[in-house]
Design a protein around this ligand. Structure first.
Ligand code: ACO
Length: 340
């Protein structure tokens, strides 16, 4: 059994923050941001918008294109590192879409989340018992960015993108090859860590302990999250070294070379990363999909968002071969070679 890509959709929040807007908040400029990153605008959640609401909007469009009813979805994967509920938001998306027969769960792998979700979905289909799978990449890093840190706040935006995969015969498999990697040794370069907050809400308790019958019991501190911290130079170095390697490995598994590709669709982190990776792979710039100018780095949403735009604008046509690659926190990275 194989899995065919049969529909895509995307959604972005209504609020747009331009480089000029940011230059009123931190010491930066449109020129600095555009030259170093290629980014000009990013969309961020407005009041009432959530990761769940964006996911639902993107999924409805994908289901419509796929001509699949919500009740026919057997598996819903929400790839996100910024769920509305720490326990997982996928079941909420499932409920709002009416995917009443689906198993729904979250998958967390930052900017690599969508590629990992795509491969996970294809494995469920291959194993049998799952016919229609909805894979969503959605993130709202605007919630975790320090808006006073010009080194990071310029980079990120919020969005959701979705794909529907359908079980088909092996000969029609859209997934031609893949390669996935991770290395916790690089976590120090990019993270949103739990920050233990001293909890004094219990009567008589402190972070050091509470007295019960004369014995001091050490109570756990209540956790919240710190802001996103990044060593931009190290992440840049990692991306331009590791991403070409993982794409080469996925191409090899597919029995293809760069010359067979119609499109290179990388996680939309920075135009200079896209340029460097395509140069190393000797893929001409007119085959590189880029929309980060309008959205910034939307983490797990960036690949399905860019794919959806490219499909709907007619750039990506049925039968085209696309090399996708995600990379980011974890560190995690991976490539999937797909036929649209
Ligand atoms: N505006 C103006 N000046 C700035 C800004 C800004 N927004 N940010 C930094 N600078 C200054 C620095 O303070 C520094 O000044 P100094 O020379 O006086 O010390 C100078 O510009 C150079 O700063 P660098 O950090 O060295 O700039 P660099 O060229 O490395 O660009 C950037 C920074 C854009 C963040 C780059 O390193 C990058 O894109 N890295 C990859 C990041 C990335 O893709 N992260 C996401 C991964 S995906 C995920 O999982 C979330």
């Amino acid at each position: 059994r194989g899995s065919k890509l049969v529909g895509c959709g995307s959604a972005v929040p209504t609020t747009i923050i331009s480089n000029d807007d940011l230059s009123k908040v931190v010491d930066t400029s449109d020129e600095w941001i555009a030259v170093r990153t290629g980014i000009r605008n990013r969309h961020v959640l407005a009041e009432g918008e959530t990761v769940t609401s964006l996911s639902v909007e993107a999924s409805k469009k994908a289901l419509e294109m796929a001509n699949v009813n919500p009740e026919d979805i057997d598996l819903l994967l929400l790839c996100t590192s910024t769920p509305d509920d720490l326990f997982g938001s996928a079941p909420q998306v499932q409920k709002e879409l009416g995917c009443c027969n689906a198993l729904a769960f979250d998958l967390t792998a930052a900017c690599s989340g969508f590629v990992l979700g795509l491969i996970t979905a294809s494995r469920f289909i291959k194993g049998g018992g799952y016919e229609n799978v909805l894979v969503i990449g959605a993130d709202a890093l605007s919630r975790y960015v320090d808006w006073m840190d010009r080194g990071t706040c310029i980079l990120f935006g919020d969005a959701a993108g979705a794909l529907v995969l359908q079980a088909v015969g092996d000969d029609q498999d859209s997934l031609l090859g893949f390669n996935l990697r991770s290395d916790g040794g690089g976590q120090k370069h990019l993270h949103v860590r739990v920050d233990n907050v001293p909890d004094t809400s219990h009567n008589g308790a402190t972070t050091n302990g509470s007295k019960t019958n004369g014995t001091v019991i050490k109570l756990p501190a209540r956790a919240s999250y710190d802001c996103l911290q990044m060593n931009g130079k190290e992440v840049f170095r990692f991306a331009v070294r590791a991403v070409p390697q993982v794409i080469e490995a996925a191409l090899q598994e597919a029995g293809l070379t760069g010359a067979n590709l119609d499109w290179l669709l990388l996680h939309q982190a920075n135009q200079r990363i896209l340029d460097s990776v395509s140069q190393r792979l000797e893929i001409p710039t007119d085959k590189v999909i880029s929309n980060l100018c309008n959205y910034g780095n939307t983490s797990a949403a960036s690949i399905p968002l860019a794919l959806d735009e490219a499909v709907r604008s007619g750039l990506v046509q049925p039968g085209h071969i696309v090399a996708t690659a995600g990379f980011g926190a974890g560190l995690t990275w991976g490539s999937a070679i797909v036929r649209w």
